[in-house]
Design a protein. Structure first.
Length: 319
């Protein structure tokens, strides 16, 4: 099937937009748009073996091996969207948090149905990886402030990049939200907006390490234990939904090293209770409408998804 660079670029733009918002994962967009497994496999090929491919077949063979026809437009979409949405996302989080959460709640909830349908058969023991995914999605944010105990600022930024990019590869686990719980979301997004190359380079180095290690783990799991891995991913997605519930009350937080508030625990409310507690409108009509719109986008993306088995994609490696 002929690849359409514009379609791949738009998928990348969706991933970049999702990654800019705490609570949403670019991996979710990659999955529902049908490029998730190809993305994991493509990232995995950036290894010393690529040098051998280049020596044997030159630049053309290397391009096919690294699947650059897919990766270049995808990364262009991610980069352009991430830099442009960085401004919009911060404004929406402050000006219209309920509406933003409502949209992404609908998108992620519908994504759970897509991932559930991707499973090949069902066995009782698949409940185990599903529960593991649920528990990890709940536990990870509470563990993130421990990263700050490293002390060295440069190492903290690199470790944060490694963790955040690994989370971004997982549907349902938001790298941006983990950065928020580390107290580094404002630092990283501010560096992107102001083009602070020092922080961007350190963060990027951590991302490279995270991609190299985590993509290989995910590729192995998807090849050898596809359905159980899908259940694990489903658990991550379902476990991340409370983070996006629009009507919630912050119960517990801590102050980060730069004086920012790091949320640790919320209480989830009904719209009426939220309105009583805050004295502000729960914006039920707008939130529900955007939930439905987010779910509709998932349905449309999934309907037009181009899913091919990994082994049939250009340059795929046989095992």
């Amino acid at each position: 099937m002929k690849r359409r660079p514009l379609g791949i670029f738009l998928r990348g733009a969706g991933m970049g937009a999702a990654d800019a918002v705490p609570g949403v994962s670019g991996g979710t967009i990659a999955f529902i748009s049908g490029i998730y497994e190809e993305l994991i496999e493509t990232i995995k090929r950036f290894s010393p073996s690529a040098i051998g491919v280049w020596r044997r077949g030159g630049w053309r063979a290397l391009s096919v091996h690294l699947n650059l026809a897919f990766l270049v437009p995808l990364l262009a979409g991610v980069g352009i969207s991430l830099f442009s949405v960085a401004h919009l996302a911060l404004w929406l989080m402050e000006a219209h948090p309920l509406l933003l959460d409502g949209f992404f709640f609908g998108l992620v909830a519908a994504s759970a149905l897509v991932v559930g349908q991707a499973s090949r058969g069902w066995k009782l023991w698949y409940v185990l990886p599903l529960l593991v995914g649920l528990l990890l999605a709940q536990a990870l944010p509470g563990m993130m402030p421990l990263v700050l105990l490293i002390g060295n600022e440069a190492v903290v930024v690199m470790v944060a990049g490694c963790i955040a990019i690994s989370a971004m590869l997982l549907p349902g686990v938001s790298g941006s939200f983990l950065l928020l719980t580390m107290g580094l979301y404002g630092t990283i997004m501010g560096a992107i907006r102001s083009l602070d190359l020092g922080i961007i380079v350190l963060f990027g180095m951590g991302c490279v390490v995270g991609l190299a290690l985590f993509s290989r783990l995910l590729s192995w799991l998807l090849r050898r234990h596809h359905t159980s891995t899908m259940q694990l991913l489903l658990g991550f997605i379902v476990g991340s939904l409370p983070v996006l519930w629009p009507w919630r009350e912050l119960l517990r937080y801590q102050i980060g090293p730069e004086g920012q508030m790091i949320p640790l625990e919320h209480r989830y409310l009904l719209p009426a209770d939220y309105a009583v507690l805050t004295g502000a409108s729960a914006q039920v009509v707008g939130v529900v409408a955007l939930m439905a719109f987010g779910a509709l986008i998932v349905v449309l993306l999934n309907r037009h998804a181009d899913r091919q088995p990994i082994d049939n994609k250009p340059g795929a490696e046989k095992e």
